[in-house]
Design a protein around this ligand. Structure first.
Ligand code: GLN
Length: 310
């Protein structure tokens, strides 16, 4: 790993961003949540954050929704609220090899538990474990947690939330199925409301990199304050490696080797343990639902800066 050198890293990041611009044309902006169609397929951003500061290249002024990246944050909260034993009673620890929104294994897995907390079914089950009187109370806790990490009061993009709430039939199917099999606790619509809201929380690419740095620093804020236990972050980081890039996690581990989590808005957060937080943005997605420019930028970055953990 090369030591942090702002000028050298900025040049490397700039070159990597330009070299990978070509990929966006081969990807497709998510359209199954109508409001996400508004994403600019040509937008690209890359941010590196270290203890010594952060560097930004590309379209870093844009805000986008966290989508599946929220799953790592709500998992942290649920682990802190309930402890691992209870969380893993409701959700498994294994990759699926299926798309993130697949329903298939919910019926065929003997325990009926979703296989891991990074797929939609698993994340919805995790939502039901977050403490709070109702979804309003719970989302307030989630927003407060993320606001502390990124050092800004984050909010929900109301249009994206509404758009997914109206069209999220598959997520609704997953949730009702899990209610039937007693995996899901509480009121199904309330749990779904929390899930749709957490996916619609807006951040910038720089804030994404801060989330990455928080994970790289094992749950400490930049001011040194510990927000979650080290073990919570260890579990979440492991899931990022095994399931963070959906059914492309194996290939990503080989090509980049950095714990990462992507979202269908085109964002990816990555964390190089004890070293760097990385945020990438590029709404054009590959066929697995990962930002096509993002996965290539991360692979190049890992290669040029020696960032693979393996
Ligand atoms: N809100 C999205 C969904 O449930 C999140 C999926 C994703 O980012 N992969 O479909």
């Amino acid at each position: 790993m090369i030591p942090w050198n702002y000028t050298q890293f900025k040049q490397i990041a700039q070159n990597i961003l330009e070299d990978n611009r070509k990929w966006s044309a081969q990807g497709k902006v998510a359209d199954y949540i109508p409001e996400l169609k508004k994403g600019d397929p040509n937008a690209m951003a890359l941010v590196l954050a270290s203890r010594d500061g952060s560097l930004v290249v590309g379209d870093c002024d844009r805000l986008f929704t966290l989508q599946s990246i929220s799953k790592i944050l709500t998992l942290m909260i649920a682990l802190e609220d309930q402890g691992p034993a209870k969380v893993f009673f409701h959700v498994g620890k294994e990759p699926t090899g299926d798309p993130f929104n697949s329903i298939a294994k919910l019926e065929t897995t003997a325990t009926a538990r979703p296989l891991n907390p990074m797929i939609n079914a698993g994340a919805i089950a995790v939502c039901s474990l977050i403490k709070g009187k109702n979804s309003d109370d719970k989302i307030k806790r989630v927003l407060e947690f993320i606001s502390m990490v990124v050092e800004r009061e984050v909010t929900i993009n109301a249009e994206v939330y509404q758009s997914e709430k109206e069209t999220g039939h598959r997520n609704r199917a997953l949730a009702y199925f899990m209610k039937d099999t007693e995996v899901l606790e509480g009121d199904v619509e309330d749990v779904l409301d929390l899930y749709f809201k957490q996916c619609a929380i807006e951040v910038s690419c720089e804030e994404l990199a801060k989330i990455g740095l928080f994970i790289a620093k094992k749950g400490e804020l930049t001011n040194g304050r510990r927000m979650v236990q080290r073990d919570t972050v260890r579990l979440v980081t492991t899931f990022m490696v095994t399931c963070g890039m959906y059914n492309a996690s194996g290939e990503f581990a080989i090509n980049a080797g950095i714990p990462a989590k992507s979202g269908v808005s085109g964002a990816i957060v990555a964390a190089v343990p004890n070293y760097l937080g990385i945020g990438t943005y590029g709404p054009a997605l590959d066929e697995k639902g990962n930002s096509i420019s993002g996965v290539h930028m991360l692979a190049d970055l890992a290669d040029q800066l020696g960032l693979s953990i393996f």
